[in-house]
Design a protein around this ligand. Structure first.
Ligand code: NAP
Length: 311
């Protein structure tokens, strides 16, 4: 519904990862006047997953890109409109939610926040300087550049091990640097990584500095037990130490936990009526594509109910 420069929607979904696209599919299929706003290309972190092995229904696994395309095609088939523009702020004035994007101001009666999360940075000297020149947060994007080279992966979670295993397709040696003596990743990934003779572990170790000239050449590692520092040569460093929620545009009325994740109730409602949150951005015990998709469906249903009660 166009209203001068301002548009009024029943529902605006922020973020086109699996949670947002699923919410969009459900909302469009329910014939809501819905818009999905995404700052980059659709897919969220899913586009960085080479092969998803634990999404139900795909016994051979499915590539992240393929799944995104399928989700998007399915949602658009039911009429979902996707706009590529960045959300700058969200303001609440009673029932009216105003979303300022990089291009315009939009108004909606309800909002689903499905903005996901962004990779956490190590915050060590050299990290910013060498991004794109040896420092990467995406093995799927940059891994092939390291054929027959040596790389380091930082982190001990599912992402670090999944990506370390992926990198062994190219690199001759992958060293996993983890700050504790125990890995956080699920057992099957730990078993695979330990069985892979291209992978070595540097446990109880942290990266203190990334060094190089034009490109990364080495890192300084510190053993957290002994405090001993060593310089290790490497051609690249892939950082997988978790993520921070992408919530910079949210108003203070939307309650978040200390680490920034959005607090939600049973129907994924937030502390503000008419605003819901779905997927990685919210406080949840599990952040997977399967859970994000479930969240998207619940949030869309809850938004629909909220809208019905407004009328
Ligand atoms: P994560 O589970 O939060 O793990 C982050 C890892 O980085 C942890 O090992 C943590 O160490 C370490 N870390 C955090 N801050 C650090 C710092 N400042 N310096 C050094 N190390 C640091 O994150 P994730 O691996 O990205 O996974 C996120 C979610 O996605 C999880 O729910 C995961 O299950 C899911 N995921 C699933 C799959 C899969 O199913 N195949 C693949 C990827 C991700 P500590 O262990 O000491 O805390």
């Amino acid at each position: 519904m166009e209203n001068g420069n301002k548009l009024t929607y029943d529902l605006i979904i922020i973020g086109a990862g699996p949670a947002g696209l699923t919410a969009g599919l459900y909302a469009a299929r329910s014939r809501l006047n819905v818009l999905l706003v995404e700052s980059k290309a659709p897919g969220g972190q899913l586009v960085n997953i080479d092969l998803l092995e634990n999404y139900p229904g795909f016994p051979e696994g499915v590539s992240g890109m393929d799944l995104v395309q399928r989700l998007q095609d399915q949602a658009e088939k039911f009429g979902l409109e996707v706009a590529i523009e960045e959300v700058v702020s969200l303001r609440v004035d009673g029932e009216v939610k105003t979303i300022e994007t990089s291009r315009r101001e939009l108004k909606a009666k309800s909002v689903i926040v499905a903005s996901g999360s962004v990779p956490r940075r190590l915050g060590v000297p050299g990290e910013d300087r060498f991004v794109g020149r040896g420092v990467s947060y995406c093995a799927t994007c940059d891994g092939a550049l390291y054929r027959d080279r040596e790389v380091l992966v930082v982190g001990g979670g599912d992402s670090a091990l999944t990506e370390a295993l992926f990198l062994t397709r190219f690199a001759r040696k992958v060293k996993i640097v983890h700050r504790r003596d125990k890995l956080r990743a699920v057992g099957v990934l730990q078993d695979r990584a330990r069985a892979n003779d291209r992978i070595e572990f540097r446990l109880e170790s942290v990266v203190e500095e990334i060094r190089g000239e034009e490109q990364v050449k080495a890192v300084i590692l510190r053993h957290v037990g002994t405090g001993k520092r060593t310089e290790e040569n490497t051609d690249g460093i892939f950082i997988y130490i978790g993520a921070n929620p992408a919530t910079g545009f949210l108003p203070p009325e939307v309650q978040c936990e200390e680490d920034g994740y959005v607090v939600t109730g049973t129907n994924l409602e937030t502390s503000v009526e008419g605003i819901f949150a779905a997927g990685d951005v919210r406080v949840t015990p599990l952040r997977q594509v399967a859970t994000a998709v479930g969240d998207g469906a619940v949030a869309a249903m809850a938004a629909e109910e909220y809208l019905a009660n407004l009328e």
